[in-house]
Design a binder for this molecule. Structure first.
Ligand SMILES: N[C@@H](CCC(=O)N[C@@H](CS)C(=O)NCC(=O)O)C(=O)O
Length: 202
């Protein structure tokens, strides 16, 4: 089984780290959707990272769809999401907020790194930044009442840490760490875990 994509993508990294917690063996083929576009396209013409190629050749895209495939096969010891509907809804609600923050951070990065300066549209950047910060505030508030435990990391703990590390690597001047101290502190703890260290974002 092959996971295609670079670990500086929060989506690729959340899959890699989660697979490590599930105990699923895989090979990470580090292809970039930018610098190695053509090589990526030969494996998946859609060029979306992550792409997961199962042993039978089936290609899965989208980190949450990939993770739901493995969550459905995990035994109780390895599950990363709760099964009780109310607890599951709570975790999925928070994951939605964190993934929205991730999407807005990626849009911010693309707007500044891929579009020529004279073509950048400030109202769009302002909109994306406002959405990003709104998501980060909701995320911080949720974590204040739902501490992430290091003893048994779950999907919220993994995704939270991966996305925060990505945001702090790419746009720390937009999302200031000292305003989101709970997210930052929990990320620092998660990044010391073996599974995170095995798949560093850089
Ligand atoms: N919702 C998707 C987002 C994946 C995504 O946007 N990946 C980026 C890399 S961080 C990508 O493939 N970018 C290239 C493109 O969209 O053309 C997921 O969860 O996997």
């Amino acid at each position: 089984m092959k996971l295609i994509g670079m670990l500086d993508s929060p989506y690729v990294r959340r899959v890699a780290v989660s697979l490590a917690y599930y105990g699923v063996a895989f090979e990470n083929q580090q292809l970039s959707v930018f610098s190695t576009f053509d090589a990526f396209a030969q494996l998946n013409p859609v060029v979306k990272a992550p792409t997961l190629i199962l042993d039978d050749g089936t290609q899965l895209m989208d980190s949450s769809l990939i993770l739901s495939y493995f969550e459905s096969q995990a035994d109780a010891q390895h599950q990363l999401l709760p099964t009780a509907p109310a607890a599951l809804a709570t975790d999925l609600a928070l994951l939605g907020v964190i993934l929205a923050a991730s999407e807005k951070a990626v849009q911010h990065v693309y707007e500044h790194n891929l579009r020529p300066a004279e073509k950048q549209h400030q109202p769009w950047t302002d909109r994306v930044t406002g959405q990003l910060l709104a998501a980060c505030h909701a995320w911080q508030t949720a974590l204040e009442t739902r501490p992430v435990t290091q003893e048994k990391p779950d999907q919220v703990a993994i995704t939270s840490a991966v996305v925060w590390s990505f945001i702090q690597l790419m746009i720390p001047e937009v999302v200031k760490a000292d305003e989101f101290d709970v997210i930052a502190a929990q990320t620092k703890r998660m990044e010391t875990q073996t599974e995170f260290r095995h798949y560093p974002q850089r």
